[in-house]
Design a protein around this ligand. Structure first.
Ligand code: SAH
Length: 251
């Protein structure tokens, strides 16, 4: 995979955002910190990017609004991403590894190879569990335990600022083991789309051998997804798992 400029590698994905003003303020936060990728998954208003409040809050970051992409599923926003991070005010019992905003930023700056996505929830409901459990990590911005929910655009500003500061910092002393470390042997990272294909294949195979009961699936697939999400799968590894699934289905 070709190494891109770090500022082009961070994508801000906003899920079901209600207020166009927040979208404008997000564009501004993203641009002031030197980033540019903004994706909106099913915003409440189809024309959110043209709404007067979005334009007013974006101020001089109109270009980020103009280049923003509106998509109809989280999957679509993440297809070409190799590391996906849920950003949430709420810690959950069933969750990928939790990172502080600064920890995420240092690891991103030091080790990210492909596109990395930060996924933000809706103003009122936050992020649904299904999205959180399929992410590689969860970032929580440390805040007052009695009042920890930041405004959406302000949460984006904090992450964008931390990512900028981390990119500016020397990374020589960070070359330790980390989920995002690329030291030693490494193959091409699998994309989210490739990994989703693997999950579908594996699920079919598990049903076929009656390990998974389609009528009573319990938490098997979410658990397996969580396990794989901790590993930073490579293309070759995805192919191996799919090969195993294929053989299982032939039996
Ligand atoms: N009421 C919602 C919060 C919505 S705030 C809830 O309980 O989840 C809108 C979004 O801003 C959140 O989905 C999250 O992406 C981000 N956010 C707000 N405060 C945050 C915090 N302390 N840490 C991480 N993300 C936060």
């Amino acid at each position: 995979m070709q190494q891109k400029n770090k500022y082009d590698q961070l994508r801000f994905v906003l899920v079901e955002t209600s207020h166009p003003g927040n979208i404008g303020a997000a564009a501004r936060a993203i641009k002031t910190m030197g980033f540019g990728q903004l994706y909106l998954v099913n915003p409440r208003f189809e024309d959110a990017l043209q709404q007067p409040e979005a334009i007013a809050f974006a101020s001089g970051a109109q270009d980020v609004l103009d280049n923003a992409k509106i998509v109809s599923s989280v999957k679509e926003a993440l297809n070409d991403c190799s590391f996906v991070v849920a950003v949430s005010a709420r810690l959950r019992e069933f969750s990928p590894p939790v990172l502080e905003a600064r920890e995420f930023a240092t690891q991103f700056a030091a080790f990210a190879v492909g596109n990395t996505a930060l996924v933000f929830g809706n103003e009122r409901y936050g992020l649904p569990n299904e999205i959180v459990t399929s992410c590689n990590a969860l970032v929580n911005i440390s805040a007052n335990p009695n009042y920890s929910s930041l405004n959406l655009a302000q949460a984006i500003q904090v992450l964008a600022y931390e990512a900028r500061m981390a990119i500016r910092t020397s990374v020589d002393d960070l070359l330790t083991m980390s989920p995002m470390s690329k030291i030693g042997f490494s193959g091409e990272l699998a994309s989210n789309q490739q990994i989703d294909g693997m999950y579908e294949h594996l699920e079919q195979a598990l049903v076929k051998i009656k390990f998974l009961d389609a009528d009573n699936p319990k938490k098997l697939m979410p658990r397996l997804k969580r396990l794989f999400a901790r590993t930073q799968l490579e293309v070759e590894e995805v192919n191996i798992i799919r090969g195993i699934a294929k053989k299982m289905m032939e039996k």
